[in-house]
Design a protein around this ligand. Structure first.
Ligand code: UDP
Length: 150
């Protein structure tokens, strides 16, 4: 079953949007299989954003991600990687469509509330980086029969 990694960034936590964001993915029909509130180390933040290491915004991004608690999570479901990216919206919240998380709640690219893996392979790498296998819970929601055709 497909899984994706997402993180509610420190701005989302400070602004009290954790419940709203979890609600959207639950209501959509995806299954939560990993969840933790954590203060991220500089080392983990740098590893997570390694592809951006040479970009001018990298130091500010690492400082922001480590500046307060963050909610790390893993969600499961058919097509969850691409669907979650759509629900998150464009990187710049001012360009993100209304109805998306960034489109509804943000106005600045450096405070865009949430991260979501951009491809299945990235999701696998990020899940392994953020969660141990014991922290992930495999389960089947009772509602599954009402969500997908058997
Ligand atoms: N970012 C930033 N300034 C920029 C571009 C990106 O602060 O000019 C941050 C922003 O938090 C973004 C993250 O770097 O979410 C990773 O950028 P990416 O292009 O991978 O966007 P995403 O996949 O998060 O939409």
């Amino acid at each position: 079953m497909e899984r994706t990694f997402m993180a509610i960034k420190p701005d989302g936590v400070q602004r009290g949007l954790v419940g709203e964001i979890l609600r959207r993915f639950e209501a959509k029909g995806f299954t939560l299989v990993g969840l933790k509130l954590m203060h991220v180390s500089k080392e983990l933040a740098e590893k997570h954003y390694d592809v951006h290491r040479e970009r001018p915004f990298f130091p500010g991004l690492v400082e922001f991600i480590t500046s307060g608690p963050l909610v790390a999570m893993v969600w499961e479901g058919d097509g969850v990687v691409a669907s979650a990216r759509k629900m998150i919206g464009a990187t710049n919240p001012l360009s993100a469509e209304p109805g998306t998380i960034r489109g509804d709640f943000g106005i600045s690219i450096g405070r865009n509330l949430i991260h979501g893996s951009d491809a299945i392979e990235t999701a696998q790498r990020e899940i392994a980086l953020w969660f141990s296998s014991e922290e992930l819970v495999s389960w089947q929601p009772a509602a599954v029969a009402w969500l997908v055709e058997s």
